[in-house]
Design a protein around this ligand. Structure first.
Ligand code: GLN
Length: 199
């Protein structure tokens, strides 16, 4: 029998890999943990987790994953990035550590650790019209913000002061916050829908 379960990967070099894998499996996906380039060939979509973007960047380069992930994004693989994952998807990064690189693909400028030390971590209810009526309860943990977006990028959510915290560009979806830790599944469902359409 041919499986209709979407096959998705979670980049598993550092960060909240298990939380994403649980949400995705709960939504009916076949989940692969991606640590080697060859594992990218077996999936139709990829999640870049939260964690520490500079560490994920370094380890991805050390494991020979940077170019294969860039190639997969360029080939149109759907990708969802949360927090550090948003940073890794950004074409332009402000306040990265010296020498920090991103995979890129998303035509945005992102500022790392943008909320500063005083409001390092906080939660907020966000209205996100494309996800329907109930607000999204969002956890921000040393979160980045999107400071500028290119013409192809749709802004999905802003915090109260107007700063951009969720964006979409075709098959790429990214949030400053962590739906995978608050029981919010609508972003993962939206990502899996892209995977189903493009697999
Ligand atoms: N501050 C982290 C970074 O620079 C991101 C934090 C997170 O993913 N929760 O990557």
């Amino acid at each position: 029998m041919v499986s209709t379960r979407p096959r998705v990967g979670v980049l598993a070099v550092q960060g909240d890999v298990r939380e994403h894998a649980q949400v995705l499996a709960g939504l009916g996906a076949d989940v692969e943990l991606v640590r080697r380039p060859i594992e990218l060939a077996a999936i139709d979509g990829l999640v870049l987790p939260g964690g520490e973007s500079s560490v994920i960047d370094k380890l991805s380069r050390a494991f020979g994953l940077q170019q294969p992930v860039r190639d997969a994004i360029a080939a149109g693989m759907p990708v969802y990035g949360t927090c550090a994952g948003l940073i890794l998807l950004a074409d332009r990064l402000i306040d990265g550590i010296a020498g920090q690189e991103t995979f890129g693909g998303l035509d945005v400028t992102v500022r790392r650790n943008a909320f500063g030390s005083q409001v390092d971590s906080f939660e907020a209810d966000l209205r996100i019209p494309v996800l329907g009526d109930p607000p999204v309860h969002a956890a921000f943990i040393r979160a980045p913000v999107v400071e500028a977006v290119g013409p192809e990028v749709e802004v999905l959510a802003r915090v109260g002061d107007g700063r951009i915290v969720a964006v979409e560009q075709g098959r790429l979806l990214a949030t400053s916050f962590h739906p995978e830790v608050t029981g919010e599944t609508r972003f993962h469902e939206r990502f899996l829908e892209k995977v189903r359409v493009h697999a």
